[in-house]
Design a protein around this ligand. Structure first.
Ligand SMILES: Cc1ncc(COP(=O)(O)O)c(C=O)c1O
Length: 381
């Protein structure tokens, strides 16, 4: 039986495949240290778990309105207004963050449209573009210190360009985009009548500098879909709870995708989400400070190894070091896994320009970080 042609160019998620392999090796009793995970190792804060349990007992177990519970949408809108985004509850659709990306691409892209994506970038932007019949156009940022610059984006714009995806702080690099970079990209979007998809899921995991939401700039709210969520800052990956913010002229088309796919996210999860956004800021700061200490530790340990160099990113929970070797990133990742029992993600999973990098997640204890990097140092490149 024939399957859809457009799926033939879509590869399975390399990070999911790697995670499965590590889980299998651990289950077989191997002493693996994994720096592959894209999720906090902390438990979801207790007040959030309690709110979900109470919501279940209170009967929040039926369908919710498709765009989300009114109260949750209001709380989200209030938190996004703190980023300067001029939204209200009517601009919010509650959904898993990854699904908000899918909904936006499905509702806004036509076959043949071009979508400009940074190289390197998070693994799901390219497949989501391809699934919807559009064409990803990559902008190499390996020569601009992994920054996605307006100058390099300008060179990639053609009459077919429809959308630019920006992600700050970035997965995999941890780089935080500057206000000037975002303003430059906003100018391009206005000049060429483009949509911006702004992925801000790591917004609250920021150690230095400032977060800027591109939708807060003059003239940008109308052409930006911002996506965000609870997974990373609140240690809530398994809860599958996030949101998008859409201007009203795009909202109807995007919300149709939600209505005809997942319908809604569970209401007891949304009640817990209200608790997360209103009563958890101390816990979020505590987790961020632990991430900061781990970042500093892992950064200094990697830089002390011969053949490795690593910049210190301002956000997210990844380091993206460069190695000197004749091997490519997949070969080095395989060598680390077999010889040192350390799992990391090859740079090639995130883009062709960074095949001399590996992504290390520091969502792990300081003890695990010390032992893992010690092991990395025993492997010859
Ligand atoms: C940059 C980025 N955006 C979006 C997501 C999706 O988040 P969620 O798992 O909450 O759907 C991730 C998850 O790894 C991510 O790294």
């Amino acid at each position: 039986m024939n399957t859809a042609d457009r799926m033939k160019s879509v590869q399975p998620s390399p990070t999911v495949a790697l995670g499965n392999k590590v889980a299998e090796m651990k289950a077989a009793g191997e002493d693996i240290i994994s720096f592959t995970v894209g999720e906090p190792d902390f438990d979801t804060p207790a007040n959030i778990r309690e709110a979900a349990k109470k919501a279940l007992d209170d009967g929040w177990t039926h369908y919710a309105p498709s765009s989300g519970l009114p109260k949750f949408r209001e709380v989200i809108a209030a938190s996004e207004r703190e980023n300067g985004i001029p939204c209200d509850a009517s601009n919010i659709i509650v959904a898993p963050t990854k699904h908000t990306l899918y909904m936006t691409c499905t509702a806004l892209l036509n076959p043949g449209d071009e979508v400009i994506i940074q190289d390197p970038a998070w693994v799901s932007y390219e497949p989501c573009t391809l699934i919807n019949g559009a064409k990803p156009v990559f902008v190499d940022s390996s020569k601009t210190e992994l920054h996605f610059t307006p100058e390099s984006i300008a060179e990639a714009i053609t009459p077919k360009t429809k959308m630019i995806i920006v992600n700050t702080p970035s997965n995999p690099t941890g780089v935080v985009m500057t206000e000037a970079e975002l303003k430059g990209i906003a100018d391009l979007a206005i000049d060429h009548d483009l949509i911006i998809l702004a992925d801000e899921i790591y917004q609250k995991i920021l150690y230095e500098g400032e977060h800027h939401s591109i939708a807060s700039f003059d003239g940008m709210f109308e052409r930006t879909v911002t996506i965000n969520g609870l997974s990373k800052a609140y240690a809530m990956t398994g809860w599958r709870s996030g949101w998008l913010i859409s201007p009203s002229h795009l909202f109807g088309e995007i919300s149709k995708v939600q209505q005809h796919s997942i319908t809604c996210i569970p209401p007891f999860i949304q009640i817990a989400g209200i608790e997360a956004l209103t009563n958890t800021s101390a816990e979020v700061s505590k987790m961020r400070e632990q991430f900061r200490a781990r970042r500093d530790l892992m950064h200094s340990l990697i830089n002390a190894l011969p053949n490795w160099t690593c910049s210190k990113p301002e956000g997210a929970f990844y380091l993206f070091p460069k190695f000197e070797s004749d091997m490519n990133s997949m070969q080095v990742a395989e060598k680390l896994l077999t010889e040192a029992k350390v799992a990391v993600t090859p740079g090639s999973a995130f883009g062709a320009s960074v095949d001399d990098h590996l992504r290390f997640s520091y969502a792990a204890s300081e003890e695990v970080i010390r032992e893992g990097i010690r092991r990395v140092g025993t492997v010859g490149l």
